[in-house]
Design a protein around this ligand. Structure first.
Ligand code: C5P
Length: 227
């Protein structure tokens, strides 16, 4: 079952505090962005990746792709002010239908087995997202004072990738953009239409490289991958 990836890579990485796009930071010998792209480069079911980049980083990324022999980036589009805008720009460049998979460039540790399952469920049901169960006790609070302890058994921590039939995500993305609705993930845009979204259980190591601590974790995960 083949799919195309919409990959937002146009963030500013402020929480990483590197002073430049965190995706350029190296884990071992390769930039984070390359580690993430390699997952799809190596998956025969991936037809291509549409990458949203910052206009002033385009050249640097192009030479990076060449240096690390990444061949599956079929288009590079200008990202937008919000992650959602960057994904919308990717969708605009893709008109082929099929299954589209949205994946953060900042999550290099996604496993192929999870991708395969996700794409299968999205193909069958229209929308599927990767999540893990909440391990800790979860509470609602207001100004640091507990209001309620929520039922952890029903809580999921949601990651990317998120996969959809093309027409469904296209409609949801277009509407959200037109109405100025800003979601924190693509699923939210689809949920607004009352569409049901299935969760595929993923793994806790699919961390988003966001702060310095994540880099340390990333180095450890890479070492594990090699043995
Ligand atoms: O900042 P955060 O890590 O949550 O962003 C998730 C992904 O979205 C990253 O890969 C980042 O490069 C991308 N992004 C984007 N355009 C934005 C903001 C974030 O493509 N305006």
């Amino acid at each position: 079952l083949n799919y195309t990836v919409m990959m937002p890579a146009a963030g500013s990485g402020q929480r990483m505090g590197a002073g430049y796009n965190k995706l350029f930071l190296k884990l071992d010998d390769k930039p984070i962005l390359i580690h993430t792209l390699e997952v799809f480069e190596e998956d025969p079911a991936c037809d291509g990746v549409i990458l949203a980049v910052k206009p002033d980083e385009r050249m640097q990324i192009e030479s990076m792709l060449e240096q690390f022999a990444i061949t599956k980036v079929v288009a590079m589009v200008d990202g937008g002010g919000e992650r959602q805008d960057s994904v919308a720009a990717c969708m605009k460049a893709h008109g082929k239908g099929g299954i589209v998979l949205v994946h953060d460039a900042a999550r290099p540790f996604i496993r192929r087995t999870v991708i395969t399952e996700l794409v299968k469920v999205a193909d069958e049901h229209g929308a599927a997202i990767v999540g893990v169960r909440a391990k800790d006790t979860m509470k609602y609070a207001e100004d640091g004072i507990v209001e309620e302890t929520v039922d952890r058994g029903r809580l999921w921590i949601i990651q990317t990738p998120q996969a959809f039939r093309y027409a469904l995500l296209k409609k949801a993305s277009d509407e959200a953009q037109a109405q100025g609705f800003l979601g924190t993930d693509e699923s939210m845009l689809v949920e607004r239409f009352g569409e049901s979204v299935r969760i595929v259980e993923g793994t806790y190591d699919n961390v988003k490289m966001t702060t310095q601590e994540d880099l340390l974790f990333g180095e450890i995960l890479l070492r594990r991958k090699k043995v």
